[in-house]
Design a protein around this ligand. Structure first.
Ligand code: PLP
Length: 230
């Protein structure tokens, strides 16, 4: 059986190969371990294997794990849909929120983030390939949102997050183009350094197109069993 250490080494190797093929520096791509549905003991083991950044989708499940693992130094990323009435917990407990797609959400996170804490890192989620059911703002809204959100206190607007339809790998290039285009709208352009795209099945394509953060669940932890979820 594969240990989590072996699974992580394999994913890091895939990232390295994708970077070499794309002529990119391997340091330019970060691995976010997507741990939704998996118990905190598995995260602890993955942390022992060297992993520091973890992504969670479901707020209550994430809060339980943050509490259970508070003795470890972990960078917590929220990658699920952000509900307006849940922003306070996100502002208090997380280091990153990837699913911001409206100004009101960013404003709430900004006012609820204590200024004594490090600024909350934000990615703007974009519906890059016009899917009907997906969250995310429209590509033509991104420029205005970047201009407005990048001025808010207690936040650092770091970049874009996309989840294109499976097989629609051309959308990664569109995301990269948009990412470069809107940098000039940012009040602090040096903060604009993150393109969050690519998952277990398409990370090589995402890296080829310019991803700086791949969000990988299945390839690290195995298949998810949603039936056991609280
Ligand atoms: C679950 C999830 C992932 C991880 O997907 P895998 O296919 O298991 O790698 C990545 N990003 C988001 C937003 C997710 O919800």
């Amino acid at each position: 059986m594969n240990t989590l250490q072996e699974a992580r080494d394999q994913v890091l190797h895939q990232i390295q190969q994708a970077c070499e093929q794309a002529g990119r520096d391997v340091q330019a791509v970060q691995l976010l371990a997507v741990s939704k549905t998996h118990p905190s003991e598995m995260l602890r083991e993955m942390h022992g294997a060297g992993q520091r950044a973890f992504g969670e989708n479901y707020l209550q499940e994430a809060l339980d794990k943050i509490e259970a693992l508070k003795d470890l130094s972990i960078e917590w990323h929220f990658i699920g849909h952000v509900q307006r009435n849940k922003t306070k917990h996100l502002a208090e407990k997380f280091d990153w929120v990837h699913g911001v797609d409206r100004l009101i959400i960013a404003e709430r996170l900004s006012s609820q983030r204590e200024s004594a804490l490090a600024p909350l890192n934000i990615c703007l989620q974009v519906n890059i390939d016009g899917q009907e059911t997906k969250d995310g703002c429209e590509p033509n809204e991104v420029s205005d949102l970047v201009a407005q959100i990048s001025k808010l206190p207690n936040l650092r607007l770091r970049g874009l997050m996309v989840i294109p339809a499976p097989e629609n790998t051309g959308a990664f290039a569109d995301a990269k183009t948009l990412f470069e285009q809107v940098k000039g709208q940012h009040a602090h352009p040096d903060d604009w350094d993150t393109l969050s795209m690519g998952m277990s099945s398409d990370m090589a394509d995402a890296i080829a197109a310019g991803s700086t953060m791949v969000r990988v669940g299945t390839a690290l932890f195995g298949a998810r069993d949603y039936s056991k979820q609280a």
